[in-house]
Design a protein around this ligand. Structure first.
Ligand code: 5GP
Length: 189
């Protein structure tokens, strides 16, 4: 039987630069697999179904909850997001390391089920910088930005129970910090 893979759970307030860090690390490290979540949120910008998310309806999502197909799920910014239990278990059984991009509530639930998971929190340099990035991204309405900023404050308070916190001041630096964490975990078996 293959050695079980590792779970790397990454959380960050939106606008902390998590997507850029994750796409960079996934390019650099072919041994890492990305867990594509289900969401009821509509696609944003250039997002593609089956690549960034599986975009599904509210009722399809509820069916997955009832059928026990989600390892965890949470409501974030007014939409539902969840992790495929089968993808997670299959990947781990095959010895693949998986990267999860999930919110703090989902991270807590997954950690309770998989206490061997490694939790990494990505923080923006400051709340002012976070607001600037969200406005610059231009993909959210003013109302959505306000909601994301309010949530960000609550999310930042949760960083304390993560194993690692990376402050994303500089993208290359943040990516190499995450890479070092992953390498360290792998070297321990
Ligand atoms: P966004 O709408 O900006 O793509 O994501 C909003 C939030 O939902 C982010 O904090 C992201 O980490 C979280 N998220 C994405 N997928 C999942 C998931 O499967 N489960 C949970 N709990 N949160 C998720």
């Amino acid at each position: 039987m293959a050695k079980r893979g590792h779970l790397f759970i990454i959380s960050a307030p939106s606008g902390a630069g998590k997507s850029s860090i994750l796409s960079a690390i996934l390019k650099k490290d072919p041994g890492l697999r990305y867990s594509i979540s289900y969401t009821t949120r509509p696609p944003r910008g250039k997002e593609r179904d089956g690549v960034d998310y599986y975009f599904i309806s509210d009722s399809a999502f509820r069916k997955k909850i009832d059928a026990g197909e989600l390892a965890e799920w949470a409501e974030v910014h007014g939409h539902l997001y969840g992790t495929s239990a089968r993808y997670l278990e299959d990947s781990l059984d095959r010895g693949h390391d998986i990267l999860f991009d999930i919110d703090v509530e989902g991270a807590k639930k997954l950690y309770a089920k998989y206490p061997e998971a490694i939790l990494v929190f990505i923080a923006p340099p400051s709340m002012e910088e976070l607001k600037r990035r969200l406005v610059e991204r231009g993909t959210d309405s003013a109302e959505a930005i306000e909601r994301r900023l309010k949530n960000a404050k609550a999310e930042m308070a949760e960083a304390k129970w993560y194993h690692h916190v990376i402050v994303n001041d500089d993208l290359a630096q943040a990516v190499s910090e995450l890479k070092a964490i992953i390498e360290q975990v792998r070297s321990q078996g």
